[in-house]
Design a protein around this ligand. Structure first.
Ligand code: SAM
Length: 234
């Protein structure tokens, strides 16, 4: 369960209202039961429930069950999609190991970022569901050109380039030694010719095909992250 509170042995705190309801009414937990908590900073803790009154629930961390890991260093650069699909790709990117979620505004973007807070809440929920302790961060949207002009060259961008034929992407990825990576997937309308020419001309960008068919942007994101994990093994 994700909590905002600091977690350390024996430091009891009162559960937030929504957690009180979830733990007592939904999970039907009682005094003395235990639950696993994380806050994205202090690792994962087993905590004991106590109910001093019928309306108050105290949580007391008792045991560190998993230390706080290093955040994932995979940056996922994505052009915003229509709202429903946007929540989906944020959730899938977190499940597939992205540590930074960077919305990128390109010429053919059809979706828009209505609320970073909402996307961040989706990322927390996805982390909670798949037991990721380091909470991926959703960054503020950036224009593609601005992002590339100040891009740190030691972080290679894997550019999902649907115009790049259908060779096998693995050999290109396996040559990538450095572990600092970013994955760039275009919008439903694809990259413009200017954007594609710009990207293909940068020495810190590796264009990667994902097979001979045109994939939906959300499919491409998941496929690309699976290929990256297969190629670099984490
Ligand atoms: N421009 C495409 C078209 O022909 O209509 C549409 C773009 S596709 C729906 C969205 C994004 O997914 C692309 O910009 C690209 O980043 C990625 N993508 C889709 N299919 C791909 C493929 N076969 N190889 C590499 N990337 C792909």
């Amino acid at each position: 369960l994700f909590v905002e509170d600091a977690l350390s042995a024996g430091q009891a705190f009162e559960a937030a209202k929504e957690h009180f309801h979830y733990l007592t009414n939904v999970l039907r937990m009682a005094d003395g039961d235990a639950v696993l908590l994380f806050n994205g900073r202090d690792g994962e803790w087993r905590a004991e429930l106590s109910l001093p009154t019928r309306k108050r629930l105290m949580l007391t961390p008792t045991e560190l069950t998993r230390p706080q890991p290093e955040p994932s260093d995979l940056h996922y650069l994505f052009a915003p999609l229509k709202v429903g699909r946007l929540d989906y790709i944020v959730q899938k990117a977190v499940e597939m190991g992205a540590g930074v979620l960077q919305p990128v505004m390109t010429q053919h973007v059809q979706g828009k970022i209505t609320s970073i807070e909402r996307l961040q809440a989706n990322a927390v929920e996805a982390a909670e569901q798949c037991g990721i302790l380091a909470i991926p961060q959703v960054a503020a949207p950036r224009k593609l050109e601005d992002l590339l002009s100040g891009w740190p060259r030691e972080r290679r961008i894997i550019f999902c380039d649907e115009g790049h034929g259908s060779q096998n992407p693995l050999p290109a990825l396996q040559q990538i030694a450095e572990r600092k990576l970013a994955l760039l997937v275009g919008p439903e309308g694809g990259f413009s010719d200017d954007e594609r020419t710009l990207l293909r001309g940068l020495d810190f960008v590796t264009p990667v095909p994902l097979g001979p068919r045109i994939l939906r942007a959300d499919t491409a994101a998941v496929a690309a992250m699976a290929v990256i994990q297969a190629a670099i093994g984490d």
